[in-house]
Structure formats: structure tokens, C-alpha cells
Design a protein around this ligand. Structure first.
Ligand code: 5U1
Length: 673
């Protein structure tokens, strides 16, 4: 056998295995990017050696396979798939191919749609009634999932309006990010297997033999194409046809847009890419379709994909790389976090060489060893994560990961708290790492908000011995700063001014800045409004603390322990003597707090207000601010590009207001005050 044939066989075997894992088991082991790479490699070899193409090659068919557990349905017209482009140059190639076939057109219209990451389906309506539904399967024969599709709330069993007598409509069944999180959370609580991603969860939920399980999974659907439509006159534009689907009661993605030419397509791509994280569903790119149906017909198809449509894929959010080593980082409270050192890999639009491994339980759960090939995920601005291990690529010399017995920074003993996944350095403020981290926290935006005193400068000041604790910040002099590397006179002056400005704060921020374990912004604010002065808080007992809103035994214990420590009290004294101050907290009567007992959630981007300002306004009126939407939420303020929290609020029927309405309501209360 020739070397080329051997290469082709290896690629085909691998791709077939990955197809099986993806389509039949709903449990892929490698990222899409790896699959796409193998497929492209095979395609390019087959292009060079067309005599080696066989009809069984994965390049020759629409992937997928009808599962024998379901009856088969032969589609009225084949369900096609889409070719992909990954760059603007490749998109130009697509446009050039269109122009070569049907002529140049300066501003050809395209319909642009997000490419949902779900499961393609075809639904047949006869005389307006849902008759049958099928998965794509191999493109010609799919699985009969009619009973399961009937349980999806947004799919009408009867069409509305002047619909076709016979309609075969195609779309994507998907699971929203929120539903996916809820289902996986439930699975964790029950000790069951979690789904790898919303797409697999959607596929696994739809291909259930018991439709009552599908019904519980809250699947969604958006339709994007007509297979067959008989008995009505159809529009000559794809975009208008989609609008018609809406009139017949079929959900269509609200993001679709008709644009002119390649530049219109590129703008759509950039816009959706920028909003990808805040969309309530997962997408892996966008789709452009020549809008004129007459032009579509002229262009026709090539093997399994139309020439008039293309998917423009986003940079992969998951990639394969090698775990080269694991280091241990010490945080502000001594928590020791394993950090994966990776062979650099381009993922989610940037080169990644580190990823968090969270804690030792996570390492056990992943079963990961040094030397393994791992799947790395980087979505949006979230810290890169190790998602899974490709076990079949484990080298013989792969090494176990063990927690160090001593702190890697100060050599103090490392302890594991009972029933906790976290190991901690017992060095406290003796540990350089904990000291540095507590100073970084103190200077950070939500705490003292000292502009210019970022993490790097804190590191330098500590390393130079210019500060040892947070109170030393207020003793710094301009000349000391100006001597530091890459610190000009002007910058030193600015930092000194920012330090001076930060001295006036609020009691809530002061408490938060102290970095007491598990005392976040909200708890700090509750403590401030309960105790009103720092001295009363310092003297508070465990029982008294447990009576404060949202404070339980553990947090109360951390607070008591913090103020018992003489070193901490000394630092607080030095801060106050150094000029740190805050205005007295006004005690408002209940009728001055019209939002008392209400819980508000802020989501999306606010344009006219800073998020912290909005929070303060609400807290002053008595409202509690929460980071997540639940049945207990009173009102959700949805700014621009609000995502999953807004969806959840709508699902739960919770009052949602925009920023304008929020400002109007707040100013009404302020007038009453
Ligand atoms: N949004 C969208 N996704 N998607 C997938 N449109 C779309 N069109 C497709 C596929 C497979 O196929 C067309 C050829 C109808």
C-alpha cells in the first residue's frame, strides 16, 4: 500500500470514529477544530489524488447516521450541510466562485444568520398540522423524532395564517445556555453524568426514547430554510421567506439580517462575534446565504452543500494542546490553586499558555496527568479551562500531579480543611504571596480603587520592601515611586494623588477591602448597614453576626477570627491614623426605603450609569442586589446586550425594565424622599 493511501486510511478511520462519537453517542472526545482540521487534511489529499476517493469516504457524505432505535424517515428533499470559511480571504473565494458562475454584482444581497450549535431537524406540516419530524441523519434518511419534537413548546402543532398545504421546514433544535447550566447542575446534584456542551445536551435530549424526558429538557428551535412548500406563492427573497415562517408561527432567530455585499457580511460577523458571549444560546459562527432565490437556483449544489451559502466559523473556543507542567499558586486567603502550564496554543482568538485547574478535586475529576494531551477552552474573557483529557494520547511517562506538602512561596505547612476541596498555606501574612495578593485586593477597583496601583506595581513595591501591608500604601512618597523601574516622575505623582484621593471611601468598601474570607461586596455592604461603625463591627459576636442579612455560621466565624487577630487590628488603626475616612451612614426609616425586602438584578451594559452607581442607588432605597435571577427576584434591569439573565427573567415572568425606565423610577423615589 502506498504511503498516501496509508495516510488517507488513517484519517478516514479517525474521522469515522469521531463521527460516531459525535452523532451517535452525543459524546465527542476531541474539539470541533481538531475534527475540522482532519477533514480538511483528508479533503486536500483527495483533491490531489482524486483516483483514491471512494464513495464511503467521510468527505463524500453528510455526516451522521440514523440510529436503529428510531424509525427511519426518508427526507422529501435531501438535508444538506454547509461548507465553511475561516477567514475574510476564504470568504472572498466564496464570493468569487459565485461571481464566476452567475456574474459579478457590486452589491449582491445576502441574508446573514447566526450558526446555532444544535441539531438539524426537518418538520413536515400537512394541511397545517405537524405530521412528522426527523433528524438529518445521513442527509437522505433521518430518525423519526416526531413524538419528541411535539414536546418542544415553541414548535407549533398547527400553523397559523395562510400557510402552504404541504410544508417541509428545516431548522436547528438547541438548548439555551441557561437550560444547559440548570440541567448539568441537577445532574451534578444527583451524581449523574454531565453533558459536554449545550449541543450534545440538545442532541441527547431530542434522541430520547421516552418523550417525557425530552419534554423536561426545555429545548428551543429556530427555523432557517424551506425544504418543500406547496400551495402558496412564496417570496423571491430568502429573507422574506423567513419572515413568512414567522407569520405561520414558526420561530426564526431574531438576529437575522439582510445585508449588501461582502462588507455587509463581514460587519455582521464582527457584530455577532462581539456579542457571542451575551447571546442566550451557543453559536459557532454565522451563515451567509445569497438572498435571491432565483440566484440560489442558478448556483445549485455541489455534492452535499449549496454553492449559495457558506458558514463563516468563529475562532475555535476549544483546542488540543499538551500539559507540560503544573504549578501551584497561592491566593489572598492562602488557597492553593493548581495552574496548568501548556504548550502555547491559539484558542478563542488568543495564544494561551496557562489554564486554571481550580483545585485537586478537579484534577481527580479530569483524571489528568503531566504530559497528557488536553482540551483547552477559552470563551470570551473567561480564564482558560482544561475541559478534558484525550486518554488515548496519554504518553507512557505521564506523571501524577501531587499537591505540595509545603507552601511553594513561604514553605509553611499546607493544610486541607475538612470536607473542602481547597488546600491552604498556613503562613497567613507571613507568606509573601498572601501579603501581595491582599494588597492587590485592597487597591483594586471595587475596593480602594487606587488608579495606577495595579498588580505589577504592587509586586514591585513588595519586592523592593517599600510596603509590607496595606497601611504602608499611605506612607509611600513620590520619590520612592519615581525610583522604580519604568516609573516616570509624572506617573509617580499621579499614583500619590490617587492614593490620597482614595482615602475618602465608604464603610462598606473599607470592610470589603480588608479581604476577610468570604466577605464580598454584598456582605460588606450588609455589615456596614447593620453595624454602622467599624468599632461596632470589630466587637460583634458570632451570634450577632449570624443575625445579619445573608450571613451564616461560616462567614460569621471568618469575621470573628479576622478581628481577633492583633496584627489585623493594628493595620486597621494605622489606616485610620493615616487618614482613611468615610461619611457616616445615614439611617433611613422604613418609609424612606421603598424597595426594602426587594431583590434587584442588574444585567447587560448600562450606558448612562456606572454599574456601581446603580447598585448604590438601589441599596440606598433598601433593595438587595443579587448576581443571579431566581423566583425571588423582584425586578431585573436589563442594559444593552443583556443575555442569559434576561432570558431567565422572561422565562420566570419577572418584571424587566430597561435603563431609561430604571432611571425614571429611581428619580420618582428620590423625589418622594
Ligand atoms: N442559520 C443556519 N444554520 N444553517 C445550517 N442556516 C443554515 N442553513 C443550513 C444549515 C445546514 O443549510 C442550508 C443549506 C439550508
Amino acid at each position: 500500500m502506498s504511503e498516501i493511501q496509508r495516510q488517507i486510511d488513517t484519517l478516514r478511520t479517525r474521522i469515522e470514529e469521531y463521527n460516531y462519537q459525535y452523532y451517535v453517542l452525543d459524546n465527542p472526545s476531541v474539539p470541533d477544530a481538531e475534527y475540522d482540521r482532519l477533514m480538511r487534511e483528508l479533503q486536500s489529499i483527495e483533491e490531489k489524488y482524486p483516483e483514491l476517493i471512494t464513495s464511503e469516504s467521510p468527505t463524500q457524505k453528510v455526516s451522521g447516521k440514523a440510529d436503529s432505535a428510531f424509525d427511519s424517515i426518508t427526507h422529501l428533499t435531501p438535508m444538506l450541510s454547509l461548507d465553511n470559511v475561516f477567514s475574510e480571504e476564504e470568504l472572498s473565494g466564496f464570493n468569487q466562485r459565485i461571481a464566476n458562475r452567475i456574474g459579478e454584482q457590486a452589491e449582491r444581497s445576502f441574508t446573514c444568520e447566526p450558526k446555532l450549535d444544535g441539531l438539524a431537524i426537518s418538520i413536515l406540516y400537512r394541511d397545517g398540522k405537524l405530521e412528522r419530524a426527523a433528524t438529518r441523519g445521513d442527509g437522505n434518511i433521518g430518525e423519526d423524532v416526531t413524538q419528541n419534537i411535539r414536546t418542544i413548546k415553541s414548535i407549533p402543532l398547527k400553523l397559523r395564517g395562510n400557510h402552504p398545504g404541504l410544508l417541509d421546514v428545516r431548522g436547528e433544535v438547541f438548548m439555551s445556555k441557561q437550560t444547559f447550566d440548570n440541567i448539568n447542575q441537577e445532574a451534578i446534584e444527583k451524581g449523574e453524568k454531565v453533558f459536554a456542551n449545550p449541543r450534545n445536551a440538545a442532541a441527547g435530549s431530542l434522541r430520547q426514547l421516552d418523550p417525557s424526558i425530552t419534554a423536561k429538557r426545555s429545548l428551543s428551535v429556530y427555523f432557517y430554510a424551506l425544504g418543500t412548500a406547496q400551495g402558496v406563492e412564496l417570496a423571491s427573497s430568502h429573507f422574506h421567506r423567513l419572515m413568512k415562517l414567522k407569520e405561520w408561527g414558526l420561530p426564526v432567530c431574531p438576529e437575522i439580517l439582510r445585508v449588501q455585499g461582502q462588507s455587509g457580511c463581514e460587519s455582521f460577523y464582527q457584530d455577532i462575534l462581539a456579542r457571542r458571549e451575551s447571546l442566550p444560546y451557543e453559536i459557532d459562527g454565522v451563515v451567509y446565504k445569497v438572498d435571491e432565490i432565483a440566484q440560489q437556483s442558478e448556483l445549485g449544489f455541489v455534492s452535499k452543500a449549496p454553492r449559495w451559502a457558506i458558514a463563516h466559523k468563529f475562532p475555535a473556543q476549544e483546542e488540543l494542546t499538551k500539559l507540560e507542567a503544573v504549578d501551584f499558586q497561592v491566593g489572598r486567603t492562602g488557597a492553593i490553586t493548581p495552574v496548568a502550564r501548556l504548550e502555547p496554543v491559539f484558542v478563542g482568538g488568543v495564544t494561551v499558555s496557562n489554564a486554571t485547574l481550580h483545585n485537586m478535586d478537579e484534577i481527580d475529576r479530569l483524571g489528568v496527568k503531566v504530559g497528557d494531551t488536553v482540551v483547552i477552552r477559552r470563551a470570551g474573557d473567561v480564564i482558560p479551562q482544561v475541559v478534558s483529557v484525550i486518554m488515548e494520547r496519554r504518553p507512557e511517562e505521564a506523571g501524577d500531579i501531587e499537591i505540595p506538602k509545603q507552601c511553594p512561596v513561604c514553605s509553611s505547612e499546607v493544610e486541607r480543611e475538612e470536607d473542602q476541596a481547597i488546600y491552604r498555606c498556613t503562613g497567613g501574612l507571613f507568606c509573601d504571596a498572601q501579603r501581595k495578593e491582599s494588597i492587590k485586593h485592597f487597591a483594586s477597583r471595587k475596593a480602594f480603587d487606587i488608579e495606577g496601583l495595579g498588580d505589577k506595581l504592587v509586586e514591585m513595591l513588595c519586592d523592593e520592601g517599600l510596603i509590607e501591608n496595606v497601611a504602608d500604601i499611605f506612607k509611600l512618597e513620590k520619590e520612592q515611586l519615581a525610583k522604580l523601574e519604568r516609573m516616570a516622575d509624572k506617573s509617580a505623582e499621579n499614583v500619590i494623588q490617587a492614593i490620597e484621593k482614595s482615602k475618602t471611601t465608604t464603610l462598606a468598601k473599607f470592610i470589603y477591602s480588608l479581604g476577610i474570607r468570604e466577605v464580598g461586596e454584598v456582605t460588606a455592604s450588609n455589615l456596614a448597614h447593620h453595624y454602622l461603625t467599624i468599632d461596632t463591627l470589630i466587637d460583634a459576636t458570632q451570634d450577632s453576626l449570624e443575625s445579619v442579612k445573608d450571613i451564616g455560621e461560616v462567614v460569621a466565624h471568618h469575621i470573628v477570627a479576622f478581628f481577633k487577630n492583633q496584627q489585623n487590628l493594628e493595620v486597621i488603626n494605622q489606616l485610620l491614623e493615616g487618614g482613611v475616612n468615610w461619611p457616616e451612614i445615614e439611617i433611613l426609616s422604613e418609609d424612606q426605603q421603598p424597595l426594602l425586602n426587594q431583590t434587584w438584578v442588574l444585567t447587560g451594559t448600562l450606558i448612562q450609569l456606572k454599574r456601581t452607581e446603580a447598585k448604590q442607588m438601589l441599596q440606598k432605597l433598601g433593595a438587595k442586589i443579587s448576581g443571579s435571577v431566581s423566583k425571588k427576584t423582584s425586578v431585573v434591569v436589563a442594559g444593552e446586550a443583556a443575555g442569559s439573565k434576561l432570558t431567565k427573567a422572561n422565562e420566570l415572568g419577572i418584571k424587566v425594565i430597561d435603563e431609561e425606565t430604571f432611571l425614571a423610577e429611581i428619580s420618582r423615589f428620590q423625589e418622594i424622599e
